[in-house]
Design a protein around this ligand. Structure first.
Ligand code: PA5
Length: 402
């Protein structure tokens, strides 16, 4: 199998930490098993058929969900940007401007929607689902609504009841798997399939990646680097991706690490940047500001390339004539790694083969296993997110009393 991810640790390795990480990996193997969960063939066929139907009947597919309920699929869809059907996201803000835009789309285009919520108590997706389905009900018959509304929810919740009562197609959101860990479940498989991406290739790549001992070693090395850097006072980790098509992956990664590790007054604060753009702003801080961070690079090795045009107009960029853009990007990457190393920033370099569905499968697998080991290394339980629930309950109380 192709080596989908290669890594290089530029910081000082501590063998003791690596051994501890390995012990945790073995001890917690039961807790990691959910990631390997097989999706049976029948389920895949259902998703494929459903996605074809949605694609054929819609101009726009609206994903209603927030956080772990839309993060992974958005990272893939925006990263591969290959969708021939327009995809919109809703239920992830409380912006009046955005809901107005979405309602306009519903009025003007043929739409299908997928509401995704684990417990259906979260306000943002809940209220957007109501607004959008009511708007849809103004133009579609009951039968058409049944064909155009797909519900992904946990069994025995109000959301399932709504689906049953209204004859909407229901996909199960696994009770055992939290949103941010759900990259390989119905939650994200349907949106990815609707975007025209092959979910069989995606699942196969996950299996192959996780079944390689070599890949697990890379994950352990990454978890060790995080822990060792934290011990040296590096309380922030920057994920520096070097391509804007990884922006939504960055967002998924920030949530994964923030929500899993930020507990008990502990955790490494996860931040992310997209180079080269952010080098023109935060590059200053990285180079000369408070040295509180470690830096994880995320780079892409192979591209479908394009060469710089020659030009008769003298612009002092002649030294770039006919150079491949990928080489120019690489020059930026190598230069920033070098400059940041000279500042003694601990650096871990992760490279994916290319921007492909297989690479996304490998990245999700890599970081989900990593966050579990890394959290236990710090003494934090990665599962659960009581902090988020607190704010949700407070907002709920406020709105009910006003
Ligand atoms: O990872 C998590 O569990 C959370 O980020 C949830 O995905 C997020 O809060 C949305 O929850 P729900 O799907 O229940 O609306």
């Amino acid at each position: 199998m192709k080596n989908l991810i290669s890594v290089k640790n530029y910081s000082n390795k501590n063998l003791e930490t690596y051994k501890k990480a390995l012990e945790i990996y073995k001890e917690k193997s039961e807790e990691i098993k959910f990631l390997y969960k097989k999706i049976d063939d029948h389920n895949i066929e259902v998703l494929e058929k459903l996605s074809q139907k949605i694609r054929s009947q819609s101009d726009v597919f609206i994903i209603i969900g927030v956080g772990g309920s839309n993060g992974a699929s958005r990272a893939v869809i925006e990263g591969l940007s290959s969708s021939d059907i327009k995809i919109e996201y809703a239920g992830n803000s409380l912006s009046p401007k955005h809901i107005r835009k979405i309602l306009d789309i519903v009025r003007e285009k043929d739409v299908s929607i997928n509401i995704i919520a684990k417990n259906f108590k979260t306000l943002e997706p809940g209220i957007h689902f109501r607004m959008i389905r009511e708007e849809m009900a103004k133009k579609y018959t009951k039968k058409e609504l049944e064909d155009r509304i797909i519900v992904t929810g946990t069994k025995d919740t109000l959301l399932e009841k709504i689906a049953i009562d209204n004859n909407y197609k229901f996909l199960e959101f696994d009770k055992e798997i939290g949103g941010r860990f759900s990259a390989f479940t119905n939650v994200h498989l349907l949106p990815i399939a609707v975007a025209g991406i092959d979910i069989r290739r995606y699942l196969k790549a996950r299996d192959e990646f996780l079944n390689s001992k070599e890949n697990i070693e890379k994950i352990l090395e990454y978890a060790s680097y995080r822990y060792d850097s934290f011990q040296k006072g590096k309380v922030v980790e920057i994920l520096s991706s070097t391509d804007p098509y990884l922006s939504y992956f960055n967002k998924w990664w920030v949530q994964l690490f923030g929500e899993s590790q930020g507990k008990d007054n502990l955790g490494i604060y996860p931040d992310s940047m997209v180079f080269s753009e952010d080098l023109h702003s935060m590059g200053q801080f990285i180079q000369s500001g408070n040295p509180i961070f470690m830096e994880t690079f995320l780079r892409i090795k192979e591209y479908e390339d394009v060469k710089v045009y020659n030009s008769n107009i003298h612009d002092e960029f002649e030294y770039l004539d006919e150079k491949a853009f990928s080489n120019i990007n690489k020059a930026m990457e190598e230069a920033s790694i070098k400059a940041h190393l000279e500042r003694n920033i601990p650096i871990f370099d992760i490279q994916i083969d290319s921007l492909s569905i297989e690479s996304f499968a490998a990245l999700f697998s890599f970081f989900i296993v990593a966050v579990i080991i890394s959290s236990y290394l710090m003494g934090v339980n990665p599962f659960g997110q009581e902090g988020v629930e607190k704010y949700k309950n407070a907002m709920n109380k406020n709105l009910r009393s006003n």
